[in-house]
Design a protein around this ligand. Structure first.
Ligand SMILES: Cc1ncc(COP(=O)(O)O)c(C=O)c1O
Length: 380
């Protein structure tokens, strides 16, 4: 069976976990947390980074930092994971859903402006498959209307927009190290603070509403309850695991991109014949090899392709369901149609992509996909 995902292990995860256990300090904000945070600051020039227990938590921190209140409106893509929106809904926000682009699952910037009103507080963008949204256009729109921008960079580690690292452009950004991502910690995440107005408060919210981090730096002589907050920081065990991954980031990225390119080359004949669409990386974006997907011509065809591949021991999976039609939020949506989002929900199919996948397996999966469409053509 070729699985959809297999977590990558560098081999040093247990070694660093042992180091942290033997150090006698395994709660959060210790040596490995600092090493991971410094890694991101040095490699990508992020000014302030806080590891979190998930991207969901980092998004919840963002919602607290932006002081989202009941009645505020937040614009989000409908084609995304629930956490993108849930973090803001938890603070009482109303979500206004934007459609995806015709040629990419990323948010269609043109569809955002009409959603902006007097109650709008923030725009949240998702860099789908690690491909950048059009950040210049989004930041201009936000500046014009005095809004905050949060980058949901869950899938976007080591990817760039016009040379700028994703996660460094919005006021705040959230990354995921869930085991399905390029760099993993089982469950894990990170908040990046690009607007220095939020730096001090972010540390407090991170540490349960206390000024404990400032205390450890010797800035105050005792620490206490100074604001709202929660336990957003991961233990040192998680950070130790993550550090072993970060040391291998360049190797992981080049392997994933190689596999991605191999899929693209092998499948381009099928795209040329109109069987499906291949990912189109915008010219202002880089590809971080996070995900390889096809867009089928219909949901029925996608279901048949999933079954065809499963019968041949290959697991492929679809992705998000339209949030504007979800059981939880469907009735609260303004009723507008979001056809591109619905198309990706119905027709997008993700193929296996992980470090230990072999090039021969990519070739085999690709030829089975082409075979499926050729056979389908004969049967029709
Ligand atoms: C776009 C997006 N945002 C947020 C998340 C949540 O990430 P986590 O599982 O780290 O909380 C995911 C999960 O895959 C995601 O795809």
């Amino acid at each position: 069976m070729i699985k959809f995902n297999k977590p990558y292990m560098s081999g040093k995860e247990l070694y660093y976990i042992a180091e942290s256990v033997l150090s006698g300090k395994i709660s959060g904000n210790g040596i490995f947390t600092k090493r991971c945070q410094e890694f991101f600051c040095e490699k990508y020039g992020f000014k302030k980074v806080l590891l979190t227990t998930s991207c969901t938590d980092a998004l919840e921190m963002a919602a607290i930092l932006l002081d989202i209140q009941p009645g505020d409106e937040v614009i989000c893509p409908s084609y995304t994971f629930v956490s993108t929106c849930n973090a803001f809904v938890l603070r009482g926000a109303k979500i206004r859903f934007a459609d995806s682009e015709d040629h990419h699952p990323n948010v269609d910037v043109a569809s955002i402006e009409s959603l902006i009103g007097p109650k709008t507080k923030a725009i949240v963008v998702v860099h789908y498959a690690g491909h950048a949204c059009d950040m210049d256009a989004i930041m201009q729109l936000a500046d014009k209307h005095n809004l905050f921008v949060v980058e949901d960079a869950a899938q976007a580690v080591d990817s760039f927009y016009k040379g700028k690292p994703l996660g460094s452009i919005g006021h705040l950004s959230a990354f995921s190290f869930h085991e399905t991502k390029n760099i993993i910690a089982g469950e894990g995440g990170m908040l990046v603070v690009n607007d220095e107005r939020f730096e001090k408060r972010a540390e407090i919210i991170w540490e349960k509403g206390t000024n404990r981090t400032a205390f450890f730096r010797g800035e105050v002589d005792k620490y206490g309850w100074v604001d709202v907050g929660s336990s957003f920081l991961p233990s040192e065990i998680v950070a130790a695991f993550l550090f072993a991954q970060l040391e291998n980031l360049d190797d992981i990225q080049s392997r994933r991109k190689l596999l991605w390119d191999h899929y693209f080359e092998n499948l381009s004949t099928g795209a040329g014949k109109g069987y499906f669409q291949l990912p189109k990386v915008p010219n202002y974006a880089t590809n971080n090899g996070h995900m390889f997907y096809l867009v089928c011509r219909s949901i029925e065809e996608r279901s048949r392709l999933i079954t065809y591949l499963k019968e041949r021991h290959i697991l492929t999976v679809f992705h998000y369901l339209s949030l504007h039609k979800s059981p939880f939020y469907g009735e609260k949506h303004d009723g507008s149609e979001l056809p591109n989002c619905d198309r990706y929900a119905d027709q997008l199919l993700r193929l296996p992509l992980y470090y230990n996948l072999e090039l021969e397996q990519v070739a085999m999966i690709s030829s089975l996909i082409l075979e499926f469409f050729e056979l389908d053509l004969i049967e029709c």
